[in-house]
Design a protein around this ligand. Structure first.
Ligand code: AMP
Length: 284
């Protein structure tokens, strides 16, 4: 594996690879890698001759500065994991490479409705930060294929919109969520949970499973309240428990029994914010 810290070096290296006809797959991450990240990498390795993974904790997407300061960093272990999985290139730039003019200089993206609901509503500015870093990273890496996780469902939709705004022909692959044996969605933030919080955290996936088992056509309010009560009984502070159209993320107050829907939860165990989602309508 080759490690690059400077944009220019990576750009030159990838140009040579492109000249040789190699297809490039890209897995952007913020590090503290787990099997969920590695599954994206494996998907990329199957479909591309060269896989680039980036590790960059993007300051502009943290609406809470404390969350940024405390974001886990395990770079040495990450490098070992990437080597073991056969990653070709690691891009690990400092903030000044990605934001040479400082982090205040940000472009604004018209992502419409997506910015006003769910993560957009509860983390003001978050998706603008995500778009800013992703446009910069995509301009540097210029991949053929981009691999992102459905765990961040709304983020995938934002990136789809960003690719339209950029008039890009990069193909976005949305990969399934990897879970711990007890159902908890793998996440770098899980490292920050103490043993009690870690145990309670499984209730998020239990509440989503409950919604999946009990959803019926008609109004969704009672079901959302029942799921919220499960979380509250286990010390969660809830940002949202919602049901939304799986294609548009329009919130669904009454389900017609036909449209594809997903359940989404964001909730805190003390100061650690966790998110997860589940497909509710496709029960195969
Ligand atoms: P992050 O490092 O949290 O920014 O995540 C980097 C990429 O990994 C994003 O596209 C995430 O959606 C994806 N990801 C995070 N957790 C998981 C998981 N448990 N399963 C699959 N993909 C994931």
């Amino acid at each position: 594996m080759i490690l690059f810290k400077k944009n220019v070096d990576l750009i030159n290296y990838l140009q040579q690879a492109r000249d040789k006809g190699l297809t490039i797959g890209f897995v952007p991450t913020m590090g503290a890698l787990h099997e969920g990240h590695l599954s994206l990498l494996e998907a990329s390795r199957k479909e591309n001759l060269l896989t680039v993974t980036s590790i960059f904790v993007n300051p502009t997407q943290f609406n809470d500065p404390r969350d940024y300061e405390k974001y886990p960093s395990t770079i040495e272990k990450d490098i070992e994991l990437l080597e073991g999985t056969g990653n070709d290139v690691l891009f690990f730039p400092p903030v000044t490479e990605i934001y040479p003019n400082g982090i205040a200089e940000q472009r604004h993206y018209d992502i419409g409705y997506l910015e006003t609901i769910l993560e957009g509503k509860f983390r003001p500015g978050h998706f603008q930060g995500v778009c800013n870093v992703m446009e910069r990273l995509l301009d540097i890496v210029r991949p053929d294929n981009l691999y992102m996780g459905r765990k961040d469902y709304q983020q995938c939709m934002v990136i789809k919109r960003l690719l339209q705004i950029m008039q890009s022909d990069i193909i976005l692959h949305r990969c399934s969520t990897l879970r711990e044996p007890d159902g908890l969605a793998m996440s770098s933030r899980n490292l920050r949970l103490n043993p009690t919080e870690r145990k309670q955290a499984t209730v998020i996936s239990q509440a989503l499973q409950f919604m999946r088992t009990h959803v019926v056509p008609g109004e969704t309010n009672v079901l959302k309240k029942q799921a919220a009560a499960m979380l509250e009984q286990h010390d969660f502070r809830i940002d949202y428990v919602e049901i939304a159209n799986a294609d548009t993320l329009a919130l669904v107050d009454a389900w017609d029994g036909k449209q594809p829907i997903i359940g989404l939860i964001a909730a805190f165990q003390h100061e650690i914010r966790l998110i997860d989602n589940i497909n509710l309508s496709d029960k195969d």
